[in-house]
Design a protein around this ligand. Structure first.
Ligand SMILES: Nc1ncnc2c1ncn2[C@@H]1O[C@H](COP(=O)(O)OP(=O)(O)OP(=O)(O)O)[C@@H](O)[C@H]1O
Length: 296
């Protein structure tokens, strides 16, 4: 299902925090939303998923304006994994995942065999089958994230909206979750903080700065040291992964001297800057694979 965001503005607390965002997400592709804290990623995703209506602009799902869809019609199209969840319910994990089946069925507690099979299948996909009988409230943060992702999968929608789904996850589970996202044929909009994970996992990335889209495109085209400095206020060095060749960024906090002066002289004569110049212009530096690391 194609998602088109057209000229979207959104307000929080009476203030416009997303301005004139337009993005098209082709069916089956993954859009990563990046940006510093408070740049408007969650607010944009809330507007896309219908949690909060945009103050202007519109969101189209396969050409249909979401404003014309009922809540159930939305829930059959878009599953949401929100950033903060206050679910302290004592309910078993399986029941939590079954909540994702409500738009398909007869309501809470009336789950069909198929609903249960779908929920168990979703738990298995996220490696959480062993948690099915545990109380959701008794899970760790990472376990909860995986269960909530299972709930979103169990909703069986063509579109997934995921707000920092890798929060709390250990590295293995971060990679696993993003691989699962990549492997689905769903259209995915996902807010992420880890630029390297985003570059690895997204077809397109959009970078929000102060609620405006500062950049949009394929990760390799969009992410470079200049953009990272402007958007995130950190210095970075681009390196190629010794085995995969994929570009990665190493980050350094910017010195206050660089901050004070760099905006108009680009930091080139910064006294804190090393003589051996890490590449700050976006051309990746090649790293040589350590000896013996010849595995593909
Ligand atoms: N409930 C609220 N009331 C008032 N202002 C809010 C509310 N929620 C968010 N905001 C403000 O809206 C702006 C955008 O917030 P949003 O949560 O969309 O950013 P974000 O990019 O998702 O941030 P983060 O990376 O920290 O999750 C911020 O300035 C934030 O302080």
């Amino acid at each position: 299902m194609r998602v088109d965001i057209e000229g979207l503005d959104a307000h929080r607390g009476g203030r416009r925090v997303v301005s004139e965002v337009s993005v098209s997400v082709p069916s089956g592709t993954v859009l990563g939303m990046l940006g510093p804290n408070g740049s408007g990623k969650s607010t944009l995703l809330r507007a896309v998923s219908g949690v909060a209506a945009p103050s202007s602009g519109r969101v189209l799902l396969d050409g249909r304006d979401t404003a014309s869809l009922s809540r159930r019609e939305m829930a059959l199209r878009v599953a949401v994994m929100a950033q903060e969840h206050s679910e302290e319910f004592e309910i078993p994990v399986l029941d939590m995942v079954l909540l994702g089946r409500i738009p398909h069925g007869r309501g809470f507690g009336n789950d069909s065999d198929r609903d249960v099979a779908v929920a168990l299948g979703a738990l298995e996909r996220v490696g959480a089958s062993h948690l099915a009988r545990r109380a959701f409230s008794a899970l760790s943060g990472g376990e909860r994230q995986r269960v909530l992702f299972a709930r979103a999968l169990a909703q069986d929608t063509p579109v997934l909206v995921l707000d920092e789904p890798t929060n709390h996850l250990d590295i293995a589970h971060q990679l696993e979750l993003l691989d699962l996202i990549r492997a689905t044929d769903k259209t995915v909009l996902v807010a992420l903080h880890d630029l390297n994970l985003a570059a690895r996992s997204c077809d397109t990335v959009g970078v929000l700065v102060d609620g405006r889209l500062a950049a949009l495109g394929a990760p390799d085209e969009v992410l470079d040291t200049a953009l990272i400095r402007t958007a995130f206020d950190v210095d970075s060095t681009a390196v190629d992964h010794p085995r995969s060749g994929q570009r990665h960024f190493l980050f350094d906090a910017r010195s206050s001297a660089a901050r004070d002066g760099a905006d108009h002289r680009d930091g080139r004569d910064d006294p804190d800057r090393p003589d051996t110049e890490p590449d700050h212009e976006g051309t990746p530096v090649s790293l040589t694979a350590p000896e013996g690391s010849t595995r593909p």
